[in-house]
Design a protein around this ligand. Sequence first.
Ligand code: FES
Ligand code: FES
Length: 150
Amino acid sequence: MGFTINVNGADHTLEVDGDTPLLWALRDNLHLNGTKFGCGISACGACTVLVDGAAVRSCTYAVEDAEGTEIVSIEGLADIGMVALQDAWVEEDVPQCGYCQSGQIMAAAALLNEIPQPTEADIDATMTNICRCGTYSRIKKAINRVAADQ
Ligand code: FES
Ligand code: FES
């Protein structure tokens, strides 16, 4: 069965089962490999993308539910005016192994969409993605850097 999803501004019709996780559609069908697989149970956040501006863990989000939404993956971040986030990640030298970082950046994008100048408490409450390398303090610095400039 075909499902049409809008990713990074373009429509794509995919012949997949409706309950296919959006993460598989992004990676396997659309070859957008910046979004990562971590746990597969909505626990780690490595697979975070934006759906209508909000952070969604795509490993447990069905393609059939994605129809009619606007999805942004890490590859589309610059197109929604969030290049400052990527610059801040570089300036603060955030990544260690890097595996969790596209999910972290997308979670931060959703946070800054909703709260342009988040407090420490806002960041702590929202940034629940796991980083096995423990880059949390640098993630927070990068978010604060963007917030200070906007
Ligand atoms: S892979 Fe989706 S939350 Fe871990
Ligand atoms: S940078 Fe290694 S898991 Fe986050």
